[in-house]
Write a protein that binds this ligand. Sequence first.
Ligand SMILES: C[S@@+](CC[C@H](N)C(=O)[O-])C[C@H]1O[C@@H](n2cnc3c(N)ncnc32)[C@H](O)[C@@H]1O
Length: 346
Amino acid sequence: MTPYYQDNFTTMYLGDSLEVIPRLDVRAELLLTDPPYGRVLSDDWDNIDRSSLLSLIDDTMAAALPKLAANGTLYVFCWPQVSDLVASTMRRRVNVLSNIVWLKRERLNEVARGMMRRARIVRMRSPGSETERIIMAEPWGADGAYSTRDAQAFAGVMRPLIDYFQQAFAASGLSHKALQDAMHRLTGVRYTFDRHALAVSQWEFPTRDQYTAAQTVMPALRRDYEALLRDYEALRRDYEALRRDYEALRRYYQPTAHNYTDVLVCPPIAAGRRDRVHPAQKPIELLRDMIETSCPPGGLVLDPFAGSGATAIAARQCGRRCILIERDEKIAEKAAERLDADNIRR
Ligand SMILES: C[S@@+](CC[C@H](N)C(=O)[O-])C[C@H]1O[C@@H](n2cnc3c(N)ncnc32)[C@H](O)[C@@H]1O
């Protein structure tokens, strides 16, 4: 397949995503894309009815998932009125993690004033949109390999402490119920001590109060709490060292200062701006935050609905590679010019 545009970070293909994606030989860490909205804008590319839009999203997911890392991430932009439908369509193939609101706050007052003027004329019957939504998802089972490995490593490292508590419990001759009741009576708190201090999965180191109470009903718990705590901290350090070895199995998630919540505030690219080449053009800062959060440095981003190429510019700025696909040649040409100009500026 011959790319329409290529540089060290970006490869753009001209064509229909549903035909191009299956021919890609890649493994992307992030699918970040902005499909048509479904007759929200008057442009030709947005002349798609709701059910065709949902089929397009579903088919794109089906084609893209084999090209996405098992611990990868997906972000799909959509219009607020259809975000529930887009999320439920995606849910068939991926695990939806968040319905993020992109709030274009800086325009709020100006837009609200404009809407109020128009409302008098057209008698608006529902609120105007000042947001777009971004459905964030992961492949089903994305964290599975990590979680299994993690649980096994934790239980393995903590084994000496787990054995210490389990042996003391066996020696006490208590039933689980009797232990729970005694702990409740002694600490005044209903806490399933046996499910944490005596279990292998969900094992937790007890607090000083819990331990002191447990010592009165399980006399084999002879060790001093401070000494036990020192052992626990040493084992915890061993576990952290071990965990670093399989950290790469985990879905990458390093939120930037702007990305801690599910509301992202960023002004849109206003009409008339010199650098606006596409009516749905997304701000680079917004895309950069999402890429830095969910694609490891040096990783690969896939955007099958490229438009102005904003995703690739953002990816390049933060040291990630990007594959773009755009069906409309005029749009692809503008994106290529923009990518070239950005390359020269750098
Ligand atoms: C909402 S716009 C993307 C805007 C882009 N996020 C930006 O920041 O400029 C969607 C783009 O997808 C393109 N498109 C629509 N259907 C496509 C398909 N099946 N394959 C490839 N591109 C497609 C449209 O031509 C349009 O440029």
